[in-house]
Ligand binder design. Structure first.
Ligand SMILES: [Zn+2]
Length: 481
């Protein structure tokens, strides 16, 4: 990155304040004079927002966050914008910084809207924010933010896809957040090669070791899904080694340790080497003890701990972890995994009752695959005629896009049919049980969006703490003003 002499690009020009009667730069739709004019934070940018969020005073946080956006935009319009078209190379660095800062502030604003029950108003606000930076990359970022909002706040994947499609081809896209969201939304429609190309680009563009680790793991899972176990294992070993040697790695945050334990859990599952699973269990246990998790973040860790114990065959510990996770967040999938453990710990009757009481699971989800597989295993283990016939139907009706899980489905179906014909055998029950180890949602969970975006599962206060540390450590931000 070239160093820029700030005196040459007019850092001391007069502030580009908006006319008092114009729309405020925060996107509220109010006039500037009635909105942020008297609340501009100056060099204290971010402080009031952080304090209000730490105190859970979301209404004040919203007001402060709006003023932050207006302040930052004024700085942008004063310093960067005048040179955007006459000397674009000179301000490239600052333009990137401005886009990044305003994106972070807009994401924070979205959170404040959500916390004050104003999520419905956020898309209109984003449209207003289009005007804040007059550059095509910012226009694309607004589309990204709209798509992200549709997916996370509205839980509307279709609307999110529609929005992101507006960006057209991804062939030359270099915005890592856009690429990440694109893969999340269009994963199932992409060919293996197209997906790997996008993932390779993300690995190249990624700024942190933990992001590179995450995307190398995704590349490994893609090999697994086409049934190429050898390349999957090779990829994931390289991923973990590269992460360990990555010199840019900073002090491990909660987020990074969580990501790391998920990755090595995956290594354990693919390599079947117990040392990885044991290590994942140890880190998971430490992490659970830490402060700073949200309820769902803690439940998620307990679920992973349950997964690792289950994979290891430590059924009692697995059962207890799932029960603890379920007490915090009653997700049906936890009951599914619990039922598998109960066959070993509490007896077949209790396991069968548990799997029968699982709430409805979305039939096209990875969780449903796990439900059907577990149901079939329990049917085989108990040689229960009505459950066996039900699982045969469920397995036949299961639509699975991945060759790897399809193969497992076919093997399990064979075991069901054999049990119906010749009765149960210890060998058949063991074979059925081992087919559960590939568990769809345990593997596919890794591909989900949530962990890619900091913030989910970790307290807002913790994230803000990290952000402000980053900010202090960011020399460009200090030189800027
Ligand atoms: Zn305003």
């Amino acid at each position: 990155m070239t160093k820029i002499d700030s005196s040459k690009i007019g850092m001391h020009r007069q502030a580009a304040l908006p006319p008092k009667n114009s729309n405020c730069l925060c996107g509220s739709g109010e006039k500037f004079k009635r909105c942020c004019a008297d609340k501009l934070p100056g060099w204290q940018l971010g402080k009031r927002t952080r304090d209000a969020l730490a105190a859970k005073d979301y209404a004040s946080a919203l007001v402060a966050c709006r003023a932050d956006i207006t302040q930052y935009t004024i700085w942008h319009k004063t310093n960067t914008d005048p040179l955007l078209h006459s000397a674009p190379e000179a301000v490239e660095y600052f333009l990137n910084l401005d886009i990044r800062a305003l994106t972070e502030l807009a994401e924070l604003l979205g959170m404040c809207y959500a916390e004050t029950d104003k999520s419905d108003e956020f898309p209109a606000t984003l449209e207003q924010l289009r005007l804040n930076i007059n550059h095509p990359r910012w226009q694309r970022k607004i589309i990204y933010l709209q798509a992200f909002h549709a997916l996370t706040a509205d839980k509307n994947k279709r609307a999110s896809r529609r929005e992101l499609e507006k960006l057209g081809s991804m062939e030359f896209e270099t915005d890592i957040e856009i690429l990440q969201l694109y893969i999340e939304l269009f994963h199932d429609d992409l060919t293996f090669t197209a997906k790997q190309k996008l993932v390779d680009r993300i690995i190249l563009l990624a700024e942190s070791a933990i992001d590179r680790l995450h995307y190398r793991c995704i590349r490994a899972i893609d090999f697994l899904l086409i049934g190429d176990m050898q390349d999957a294992l090779q990829e994931i070993s390289v991923a973990v080694d590269a992460y360990k040697q990555d010199s840019s790695k900073k002090a491990d945050s909660l987020y990074e340790r969580h990501r790391y334990t998920m990755a090595i859990g995956l290594v354990g599952r693919l390599s079947k080497e117990p040392k990885w699973t044991d290590q994942a269990i140890a880190i998971c246990k430490d992490l659970i003890e830490e402060d700073g998790w949200t309820e769902s973040g803690r439940a998620d860790l307990l679920r992973q701990l349950g997964d690792e114990f289950r994979f290891k065959g430590d059924w009692v510990s697995a059962r207890d972890s799932y029960r603890q996770a379920y007490a915090i967040q009653s997700l049906p999938i936890l009951q599914v995994f619990l039922a598998e453990c109960l066959v070993e710990t509490d007896g077949w009757e209790i396991a069968a009752n548990t799997i029968r009481t699982v709430d409805l699971i979305e039939p096209k989800s990875a969780e449903f695959v796990d439900y059907v597989f577990t149901f079939a295993y329990i049917a085989i283990a108990g040689d229960d005629k009505s459950m066996l016939s039900e699982s045969e139907n469920l397995l036949r009706g299961l639509s699975i896009p991945s060759p790897y899980f399809r193969e497992q489905r076919d093997s399990l179906l064979m075991e069901v049919i054999n049990t119906v014909r010749t009765g149960k055998s210890p060998a058949g029950t063991n074979r059925a049980h081992s087919l559960l180890h590939g568990m769809a949602s345990t593997v596919l969970r890794y591909m989900k969006l949530e962990p890619n975006f900091m913030g989910i599962g970790i307290n807002l206060g913790k994230i803000l703490e990290n952000l402000s540390k980053d900010e202090q450590a960011h020399p460009a931000k200090q030189n800027r003003r």
